[in-house]
Design a protein around this ligand. Sequence first.
Ligand code: ADP
Length: 621
Amino acid sequence: MLKQIKTILKTAVLIAKTSPWNLPAFIGSRFLEIVQPFVTLFFSAKILDLLTQGADRPQVVQWIIAGSAVTALIHLTGRFFVNLNSVEGMDLFVKLYEEMSAAMMRADYSELENGKMREKYERIVRAANVYWYGPWEVPGVLMNVTEGLTVVISSFALAYPVFVPAEGKDWWQTVLLIALIVGSATYSFFAERKLYQLKEQGLEGQIHDNQVLNYLDQYITADKAAKDVRLYQQQNSIRRFRDTFNQKMRQGVGESRRRKEASNSAIREMFGRLISFAGYLIVGIRAAQGYFSIGDVLLYAGALSRVSEGARMLVYSMQHVAMQAPHCQEFLDFVQIGKKTQKKSEEVSNVKTKTKTKTRTTTSGSAEASVARSTPHEIRFEHVSFSYPGSTKPAVKDINIVIKNGEHLAIVGKNGSGKSTFVKLLCRMYEPQKGHIYLDGKEIRSYSKEEYWKILGVVFQDFALIGLPLAENIAASEEYDENKVRHCLKDTGLEEWVDQLKNGLNEWMSASEGTVPSGGEKQRLALARAQYRDPFLMVLDEPTAALDPVAESKVFQKCREIAGGTSAVYISHRLSACRFTDRILVFDEGSIVQEGSHDELAKQRGSMYAQLWQAQAQYYI
Ligand code: ADP
């Protein structure tokens, strides 16, 4: 239990950091709401006693004024907290989701590719939306604990004389009351636990079903699938499929949970009534025996009727802590993803900035700035092998190559021969399990990933534009050098296209608010984005697969022009586009089986390259 309390407190700290007013607003509003009836009860009993005891009028009036003033103050403060809470609640909702998106973006590529991150995300969101589990509920948990404690303490404090046997006799009254309260609390404890177990079982089953439904949602809303859905009349099949899953989700554990919930509340109600009844009975007997005044009867009976509710709340709040803690822990683990690596790279870059500042004071600025640019760079793969997690078959094996400064390389091979895996290793999406990759003689692992990525300009086949202004897409940043953006767009042949956009560089790249570029324009934009970062190495991973051969050859030609003295690695299925590179590497089953210029390789009869070339050439002759 201690561990679970700790988790809830850690989550509360995170909430306090992300949305500082949330917890005070939430707990404050509920606390005052709970306290109010006790305060009213206290003043009413006092005034009733003063009246029945024939107290002075001014004294009674004083109590009436004091009671009204305190109640009004509590009410007004309560309203203030309620208003604050409605704003802060929304703020927290959004900010916690933001924390998860940030973690998604920090996560290792491999975690995203194998779907684990998505699964974790799905679990958290599903638990939150269907069962109300997770950090969003922590203000509620803390409030329940506060509420339970407040009600129990206030009702005991007000009604404690009922628990003390009058003149040491009639112990049965005390025993009866305590037995009923303990019985009610014990029942609540076990009943809530059972309910929790049923909810957890339901959640496990639903994670998978929900992923399937989400996939279907994405499918039917994707413009690519719209044609398939219509042409193949998939509507009915999809609807049937969805119905089956929806029904499955509604049935099963959900039903037994609802039955359990109904019986729980009936038994809880019964305990509540019994405690109130016993309370009235005992208070009535003592009043008849002359121990309690009329005011006491009102106060004690009122307070006792809330004891069972308070005890149940306290037990429930403890159960709530136990139930919520694992889900909060899942969330805390999720939002921690990638933080360590980020911190490390920030430390590295801080050190570098400091060193740079120091050097600048001792050496001339221009000499330092040109060092990186003027030094010829070189990337070397040495005996590099890699298998995907869970697979025993290597996707690439024993790769040994050097990409020299300014060299243009093409990588070709059949599907599944390891080309994309080679690019992923080159781009540090994965680390090799065997062998090493060096940049300028230093293992690439000794650079922070962010530092290493700065030297790369990569264009993938499925290049995605974000719904942001054009220039921000090119610069991949909110701040950009306008001249440089224009220069890159000119180099990639997009100058005229930009000129005819209504808002020029500020045109939003989205269908709803701006322009959606064509496939060819998108590829050129991707090239411009790669060029903007002045990379040492351009990597083009099948960037032209969606283009016709003429457009493709233009993009490749453009790339050659832009790359100029920069090194480049091209991957394309169309060998004709690769033939003009300095060197071609032929991949087969994860290994490099041939290496050389197009003319050299095409001459090697019966070789893999010659086969690929022949197979494609016949379509172009
Ligand atoms: P290519 O780009 O030449 O088509 P890949 O590098 O994509 O080839 O694939 C090389 C091998 O690795 C293939 O056997 C492929 O099935 C496997 N592979 C590729 N991606 C993954 C992945 N994410 N998880 C597991 N295996 C993969």
